[in-house]
Write a protein that binds this ligand. Structure first.
Ligand code: NAD
Ligand code: MG
Length: 398
């Protein structure tokens, strides 16, 4: 495809699952785009290794204590890449002149500040960090619109809807949308009863049947909280009320989501479960570019199945729906409690069923307030982390 200057892409969360998929797509188009900024949390060695292959102008590590190791690592590798450290440095790089496109792929609420910085600077924002939309969806979409930042959703379901609507601009009303159907794989525990989930281990929870992803989102897929976060994400991205969003479990993960229109038409986007497709949509938009992903062989796949989600066994989906309907600070409380609970589960400190229990506890223990400023949202996030940490310490097996 043709473009005057190569697209300069900042990848925030470069060492993660989405980050490395983005780098894979970018490396296929050396004339059209390059990675100019790479940022990660604390894995310095992996970050330096990526800098060796992709030679960005800037590399940043979130943990300030790791600055010297990053600087020395880049120097020993003979690279001209400039070293940076700290969250503020990552925000400045996301907003600065070294990039025109930002892949927001940091995991969790930790990604909000750089995502917001990129939106305020009017960048093309390839948004994978769904937690920032759950925490501050109204603020983020408002600021992006004010600054002329185009948000292209990278989450596969929302990317599918974006492709079906061919933009995010046309309001859902204007586009004649009746409802949105988000598909869910059902995760590794699909079909199990609540009792059968009691003793599942972190290793079983992160072994996703269809997608290879980071540990946090893999656990979210296993609890169905991921789908709950995605309902809230869809609400903010496409301006659809919750009553017009449905969730369909689709174990093959080939239909990535569907849009039903008022004339009875339903459009869907299909493809193999590989995030390089959605990243290529975002990097090339409005053109189609190679992603390295093969096409779909429907004859070999054989069949597409659909079933209703089991809200009894997987109450996180219901909790997310309730938090969205409550609005204000409730989604921020839900998201923060979930992050703390998932991290405790991954460390073997709590059982799987404690995740929904802790989220429900935070939602009922904390007042739901109007929260339209960043400070109010961050305060709700912080209180929810405290309440959940305290509740974990009181659990019998903690
Ligand atoms: P991951 O755990 O594989 O990678 C996370 C990345 O974020 C790493 O590079 C890590 O170093 C970085 N990071 C963590 N904390 C940081 C901090 N405080 N500051 C800077 N960097 C930090 O996670 P992932 O699976 O790539 O997911 C990333 C985001 O994309 C999540 O929000 C997830 O929900 C979303 N997402 C992922 C997928 C997928 O297929 N993996 C699909 C849809 C959405
Ligand atoms: Mg998804």
């Amino acid at each position: 495809f043709h473009q005057d200057a190569p697209r300069r892409v900042a990848i925030l969360g470069a060492t993660g699952s989405i980050g490395t998929s983005a780098l894979d797509v970018i490396a296929r188009h050396p004339e059209q785009m390059r990675a100019s900024v790479l940022a990660a949390g604390n894995n310095v060695d992996a970050l330096v290794a990526l800098c060796r292959s992709h030679r960005p102008k800037h590399a940043a590590i979130a943990d300030p204590a790791l600055f010297q190791r990053l600087r020395d690592g880049l120097r020993d590798a003979g690279l001209a890449t400039e070293a940076h450290a700290g969250a503020t440095a990552i925000d400045a790089l996301a907003a600065g002149d070294a990039c025109d496109t930002v892949v927001a792929a940091i995991v969790g609420a930790a990604g909000l500040s750089s995502t917001l910085a990129a939106a305020r600077a009017g960048k093309r924002l390839l948004l994978a960090n769904k937690e920032s939309l759950v925490l501050a969806g109204e603020l983020l979409t408002r600021e992006a619109a004010a600054a002329g930042a185009d948000i292209i959703p990278i989450d596969s379901e929302h990317n599918a809807i974006f492709q079906c609507l061919r933009s995010r601009d046309a309001s859902v009303e204007g586009a004649g949308v009746r409802r949105i159907l988000l598909t869910a794989s059902g995760g590794p525990f699909r079909g199990r009863t609540r009792a059968e989930l009691e003793a599942v281990t972190p290793a079983q929870a992160v072994a996703h049947p269809k997608w290879s992803m980071g540990p946090k989102i893999s656990v979210d897929s296993a609890t169905l909280m991921n789908k709950g976060l995605e309902v809230i994400e869809a609400h903010h991205l496409f301006g659809v009320p919750g009553a017009r969003i449905d969730v369909l479990v689709h174990p093959q993960s080939l239909v990535h989501s569907l849009v039903e229109f008022i004339d009875g038409s339903t459009l869907a986007q299909l493809g193999l479960p590989d995030m390089r497709t959605t990243l290529a949509v975002g990097l090339g938009w409005p053109r189609r570019i190679e992603s390295g992903v093969a096409g779909l062989d429907l004859l070999a796949q054989g069949r597409l199945d659909f079933e209703a989600p089991d809200l009894d066994a997987f109450p996180c989906l219901r909790l997310a729906w309730q938090a969205m309907e409550a609005g204000g600070s409730a989604p921020a409380i839900l998201n923060a409690a979930n992050e703390v609970a998932v991290s405790a589960f991954l460390q073997g400190r709590i059982g799987f069923l404690s995740i929904p229990a802790l989220v429900e506890h935070a939602l009922s223990a904390l007042p739901h307030m109007a929260a339209d400023t960043l400070d109010a949202l961050l305060a709700a996030d912080a209180r929810s982390r405290q309440v959940t940490t305290t509740a974990i310490a009181r659990l019998p097996h903690a």
